[in-house]
Design a protein. Structure first.
Length: 278
């Protein structure tokens, strides 16, 4: 058999193989590399882990801590122990790193609803701290830990404050796997949270406009995205939990420890794209 004929046969077989994978719906893309220390991607439709990288390593989680505060606020709303209209005193935090609603507005009182939105959209630390105090005063972190164990988060998860700010050098710590448990539980039990996390801006009852810290959501980088939460400290790096719905499947991605905001954005977009391709 002539050499040219053999080459043509091999090329033809290769093309047939590629077409077979395409028409059978198989994804032949390699697992992407992302600029994050820890990563996890899950499909809720199949309840399948699509990608993971050191998902069980305990690391600082910064403002991702606020998801537990959000869960406890929503639980209290549903139990009618507090209401969205409750007015809460907002005090400036003595921490130059804190994202502050008070610094933005100079206003002393906000409703629970406005503080919740500020906590989730602009990541207001004083909003989270005020909500924690409104729910259970100085014992709020104990309530956070109790709920963490109740919903199945491991002993690697420990919360330092309602906002994620460290207390006496103690950081909030968790794993990507534990944060996935919390995120899935939040969306399952209280899907109304997505009405807040899907917004790029929010106007409070006193006409203060706040903007999202979620640049992927802001830029429309992922189709169907409706949340979820960003976080940053020097120790934690740039972190993000993202979620979106396409073709009746919800994907949740978690990236922890990216070096820059640009890395966090690129990692999230890459992981979400990969998740929906599977």
């Amino acid at each position: 058999m002539k050499k040219q004929t053999v080459i043509l046969i091999i090329a033809g077989l290769t093309s047939i193989a590629i077409l077979f994978f395409v028409f059978m719906g198989r994804d032949i893309r390699a697992t992407p590399q992302v600029d994050a220390n820890n990563a996890l991607v899950v499909s809720l439709k199949s309840d399948k882990v699509i990608l993971e990288e050191k998902a069980d390593q305990a690391v600082p989680i910064a403002s991702l801590t606020k998801l537990m505060t959000a869960y406890l606020v929503l639980e209290a709303i549903h139990n009618k122990t507090i209401s969205w209209d409750d007015m809460v005193s907002l005090e400036r935090l003595d921490d130059p790193r804190a994202v502050s609603l008070y610094a933005l507005s100079g206003k002393k009182y906000y409703s629970v609803q406005d503080l919740f939105a500020a906590m989730m959209i602009m990541s207001a630390n004083d909003g989270a701290q005020s909500l924690g105090a409104h729910l259970d005063g100085e014992h709020f972190t104990e309530k956070m830990m109790q709920k963490a164990r109740e919903i199945g988060m491991s002993k690697k998860t420990n919360f330092s404050s309602a906002s994620g700010l460290d207390v006496d050098g103690k950081e909030s710590m968790s794993t990507a796997s534990d944060l996935m448990i919390l995120t899935k539980k939040l969306i399952s039990d209280y899907p109304e949270i997505l009405d807040i996390t899907s917004r790029t801006k929010y106007v409070t009852q006193s006409d203060d406009t706040i903007h999202t810290t979620n640049q992927v959501l802001q830029d429309g980088g992922v189709q169907g995205m409706d949340g979820f939460k960003t976080g940053y400290t020097d120790q934690a790096g740039y972190c993000m939990i993202a979620t979106a719905v396409q073709n009746e499947d919800r994907i949740i991605s978690i990236t922890l420890g990216s070096k820059t905001d640009e890395d966090r954005i690129k990692a999230t977009e890459t992981m979400m794209d990969y998740g929906f391709s599977k």
